[in-house]
Design a protein around this ligand. Structure first.
Ligand SMILES: NC(=O)c1ccc[n+]([C@@H]2O[C@H](COP(=O)([O-])OP(=O)(O)OC[C@H]3O[C@@H](n4cnc5c(N)ncnc54)[C@H](OP(=O)(O)O)[C@@H]3O)[C@@H](O)[C@H]2O)c1
Length: 292
């Protein structure tokens, strides 16, 4: 079976290439080989390769830039999944799509469930929600894995930015009033692999949250990164980390203060238990620092 992984150069896509390769022949065209904003090129690629499974990890993820480029965000985050869903429906193929905590309003302190009301605060969030609606509305055979705060040993992410800043500066100010769970890209790829069989045999369908157990703030995440990195032998210059509020750190796109996601639905569906976010961090840090 041909499996198409989009965004194979990104955090999640890179991990998916490995985790899905046991199920068939993984095709992961680079941006140069297939521009996903080109509808005709995507249609031609699908017609040529006839994938039976698509894992759509490509996205427009520049959250702040999306405020001034809403159409570019919409093309990747809405119109692309819409086109892939239509292909899956027409060709009896299956789609694994990735969604974001940014579809929720970020208010309150309770974790969001998959049925919670969506109300995105930003253009990025609106484009992701439009993509989710298109996939769900297509009635193709799909699973949407909705996650938060993705990081990995490669790509652009908070963990790597913190390690770089901590090696350059003695003082850092980090937001401490946004709460969520940092999610390794690898966890999403492992869950995706577990989803394949029940998805292809039509045993599961719909939206599932995927994130580690527990919660923290960006400040708490940074503190954990620094203390674990020091234990693993990294050189850290930073001496003082100050917690600041979101209002002290204005950004073009509004961030949700509450990114907590319940994960019991995916745990029950697949019969697994999500790891704690700190254990998950240790593994990814080891991989990054030791080049494993
Ligand atoms: N990152 C987060 O914190 C986070 C949180 C919640 C949900 N998510 C969701 O998780 C999924 C994966 O995110 P990620 O962090 O792995 O994203 P990422 O690292 O930013 O990767 C996105 C990928 O999309 C590709 N791409 C973008 N525009 C393209 C185009 N026109 N043609 C071809 N490829 C294109 C990029 O290619 P290049 O490498 O060539 O740029 C890159 O490989 C996305 O659906 C995202 O919305 C992410």
């Amino acid at each position: 079976m041909n499996i198409l992984v989009t965004g194979g150069n990104g955090q999640v896509g890179f991990e998916l290439i490995r985790s899905l390769s046991v199920f068939g022949h993984v095709l992961a065209p680079t941006r140069d080989e297939l521009d996903l904003t080109d509808k005709n090129a995507v249609a031609e690629y699908l017609a040529t390769h006839q994938p039976q499974l698509i894992a759509n990890a490509a996205a427009y993820t520049a959250v702040d830039k999306a405020e001034s480029e809403p159409q570019a965000a919409d093309r990747l985050n809405h119109l692309l999944p819409k086109q892939l869903a239509q292909y899956c429906l027409d060709n009896r193929a299956a789609l694994i799509h990735f969604s974001s905590d940014y579809v929720y309003p970020g208010s309150g302190e309770k974790p969001y469930t998959e049925d919670s009301k969506t109300e995105p605060l930003s253009e990025y969030g609106r484009s992701k929600w439009a993509g989710d609606r298109a996939v769900i509305g297509s009635s193709c055979n799909h699973v949407i894995l909705r996650t938060s705060w993705v990081y990995s040993a490669r790509g652009n992410n908070f963990m790597k930015t913190m390690l770089r800043l901590a090696s350059e500066r003695e003082q850092l100010s980090i937001v401490n009033d946004q709460i969520g769970a940092p999610t390794p890209a690898r966890l999403l790829a492992e869950v995706s692999a577990q989803v394949v069989k029940p998805l292809m045999s039509h045993e599961i369908q719909g939206v599932f949250h995927v994130a580690p157990q527990g919660e923290t703030s960006w400040y708490g995440f940074a503190e954990a990164i620094f203390s674990k990195a020091v234990k693993l032998g990294a050189e850290i210059k930073v001496k003082q980390v100050e917690g600041i509020s979101t209002s002290d750190y204005p950004t073009p796109a509004r961030r949700p203060l509450n990114s907590r996601l319940t994960v019991d639905k995916i745990e029950q569906a697949l019969g697994l238990r999500m790891p704690g976010w700190e254990d998950a961090l240790e593994h990814i840090l080891m991989e990054y620092l030791n080049g494993l």
